[in-house]
Ligand binder design. Structure first.
Ligand SMILES: *Cc1c(COP(=O)(O)O)cnc(C)c1O
Length: 386
């Protein structure tokens, strides 16, 4: 299959074939884990295949980078040691001290900490705005100083939805770049670059890897000048993905489409079950018609994803009791793996925002619905809800 044919083929075909040709020497259909730091040169500067040192480039990582770029319909992909390493490198590549960034008012906690505790000391200012209101985002932009509008959609754990096309318009009108953290949707459900975003960020730890066995991150861009700048910083600051981690994420991506469809199927059943349960006061899922982002999500997402949040009767104590009683759902942070996970954001991932505007309800539980047998998941929730 030629590269050109590959670009035009469907998502699942790209997921399985893009980024790697069977090895010409052995015919291996899967890229080897190139556990090498350096490469023999045929005379000074005589590189075979362009590789000289594995921080700068490694063939297993190259395969992953080509694959994720094809899935996001971008031109270049970059694989990092974690999602936060990708974010940190991106900020250094596109911002300078004195610049300003607009961030989601309910950003992923680690992202907020990066802006608040690391980037601020480096001279980068930020203002929070709700991603679901592009006029509020526009109002938060400081003309001439805002370099980046940073968006997550859906957000965590309240699953707010940002209209990527509208956000791209207000961002580009101000001469800034739109960065979309696509971790929750994955490229199977949503392709921000196609909707006008300039950079896609992933924690590949989540749905891209999909098996809770690796920590990784990625950036994907279309613009080659931007790719050049990111590529320079990728090598110059060095938070690259290692060959084994790259191999795991690449293996995960091959099944992303089938996994996401099952995550969505199961999430829909969980939503229906919870909506009819007497101990549940609210179910938050973009697929529900009463979700404020439903219409935008229907326009820009293929389906509504595997994350479901809900609130229970009886306040925080009942929520904590529910968390203590499941047998199939595993209590833990993270999301996007084949196994169902759940957490209590108020006491776990969002404990640091207690007492601020970002505080989440104490009776809220977030589910990352896995791909187990749906009936077992429903029975588990029924038992846990008491
Ligand atoms: C997990 C996560 C990150 C951070 O990624 P790591 O791989 O943990 O460094 C960033 N954004 C979102 C939305 C996440 O869920």
């Amino acid at each position: 299959m030629t590269q050109e044919h590959r670009q035009k083929s469907g998502f699942e075909t790209r997921a399985i074939h893009a980024g790697y040709e069977p090895d010409p020497m052995t015919g291996a259909v899967i890229p080897p884990i190139y556990a090498t730091s350096t490469y023999k040169q045929d005379g000074v500067g005589g590189l075979r295949g362009g590789y000289e040192y594995s921080r700068s480039g490694n063939p297993t990582r190259t395969a992953l980078e080509g694959n994720i770029a094809a899935l996001e319909e971008g031109e270049r992909g970059f694989a990092f040691a974690s999602g936060l390493a990708a974010e940190d490198t991106l900020l250094r590549a596109i911002c300078s001290p004195g610049d300003h960034v607009v961030i989601p008012d309910d950003a992923y906690g680690g992202t907020f900490r990066l802006f608040d505790k690391v980037a601020t000391r480096w001279g980068l200012e930020h203002s929070p705005a709700p991603v679901s209101d592009h006029e509020a985002v526009q109002a938060a932009i400081i003309p001439g100083r805002t370099k980046v509008v940073w968006v997550e959609t859906p957000t965590n754990p309240l699953l707010n939805i940002g209209d990527i096309e509208a956000l791209a318009t207000v961002t580009h009108d101000a001469g800034a770049l739109l960065v979309v953290d696509n971790t929750f949707a994955s490229p199977y459900l949503q392709q921000p670059l196609v909707l006008g975003a300039d950079v896609v960020v992933h924690s590949t730890t989540k749905y891209c890897g999909g098996h809770s066995d690796v920590v990784g991150g990625a950036l994907v861009v279309r613009d080659l000048e931007l790719a050049e700048r990111i590529g320079f910083h990728h090598n110059a600051t060095g938070a690259v993905a290692g060959p084994f981690d790259s191999w795991l994420v690449l293996r995960g991506l091959k099944t992303l489409g089938v996994r996401m469809d099952r995550h969505c199927d199961n999430a829909e059943q969980v939503v229906e079950f919870l909506s009819g349960h007497g101990a549940v006061t609210q179910v938050i899922y973009p697929g529900l018609e009463d979700h404020p982002g439903h219409e935008v999500a229907s326009r820009q997402m293929k389906r509504y994803g595997g994350i479901v949040s809900f609130r229970v009767t009886g306040g925080e104590q009942h929520a904590l009791d529910v968390c203590a009683r499941t047998e199939v759902f595993t209590l833990g942070e993270s999301l996007g793996g084949v196994e169902s996970l759940f957490e209590h954001p108020g006491r776990m991932t969002h404990a640091s925002v207690a007492g601020t505007d970002l505080e989440v309800p104490s009776d809220l539980i977030r589910l990352s619905v896995g791909i187990e047998t749906a009936d077992d998941l429903l029975a588990d929730l029924d038992r846990a809800l008491g």
